[in-house]
Design a protein around this ligand. Structure first.
Ligand code: SF4
Length: 221
């Protein structure tokens, strides 16, 4: 990345935005998003593909349409996760909601540090909740985004254990456009799910290929 020119960074951002303008996926948590919807979707999305959670997420939001309805409900709501499995995230969410309920601060005033104190919420989720839910410019880095950065910019030989590596967070910040940051972040997530997939990425139809280190390395072999 250190050797990446400004034009290469700019190329990446513009192409991701262009791709997103034609290919963004539509999900219920992306419709009129707010911090509550973004928080709930982050728990449902943990280690699960987005299209697998739609039904359970919709049922949850129909039952608890806003944070107050959930905070007032003192019974167990973890059964909403049963169909999806990975019940650990349901426990994380239960603990997080208890913390919000017992916090002196109102949920609408929660900042990054407040979200980071909630069980099951890491830096990626805290940033996603505030960026998508409150329209504030914040970068995202998760294993899928690391994979795209690694391939395009040749940062590291492996995609693992970099979730808190400042190199990736600094790069993500530099790539973030000033205005369309929300669409850019949605686009990057979808690009990783549809084009630059973990296995068999669609390099031949990828609009980033002319400057992608991974693609150029393979074609120059
Ligand atoms: S050319 Fe291939 S490896 Fe490079 S960004 Fe596109 S899909 Fe990913």
């Amino acid at each position: 990345m250190m050797n990446s020119s400004v034009s290469k960074l700019r190329f990446f951002t513009i192409q991701i935005l262009n791709w997103g303008s034609e290919n963004l996926r539509s999900f219920p948590w992306r419709n009129n998003p707010n911090a509550y919807k973004a928080l709930i979707s982050e728990f449902f999305l943990q280690r699960t593909k987005a299209n697998q959670i739609i039904e359970s997420y919709n049922k949850f939001i129909q039952t608890f349409p806003d944070i107050n309805s959930l905070l007032l409900y003192k019974n167990d709501f973890t059964y909403f996760f049963k169909k999806l499995g990975l019940m650990k995230r349901a426990t994380y969410m239960k603990n997080a909601i208890n913390s919000i309920r017992n916090n002196e601060k109102s949920f609408k005033d929660f900042q990054i540090d407040d979200f980071l104190k909630l069980s099951g919420i890491g830096k990626y989720s805290a940033h996603a909740i505030i960026c998508f839910g409150r329209n504030i410019k914040l970068p995202l880095v998760d294993s899928n985004i690391i994979r795209i950065f690694n391939r395009f910019f040749s940062l590291s030989d492996d995609d693992k254990n970099h979730k808190y590596d400042p190199i990736f967070w600094n790069l993500a910040e530099r790539l973030l456009p000033e205005k369309s940051f929300k669409n850019y972040n949605y686009s990057l997530i979808d690009f990783g799910a549809i084009i630059c997939k973990p296995l068999n990425p669609h390099c031949s139809i990828c609009r980033l290929k002319e400057k992608c280190d991974n693609f150029l390395k393979d074609t120059n072999k």
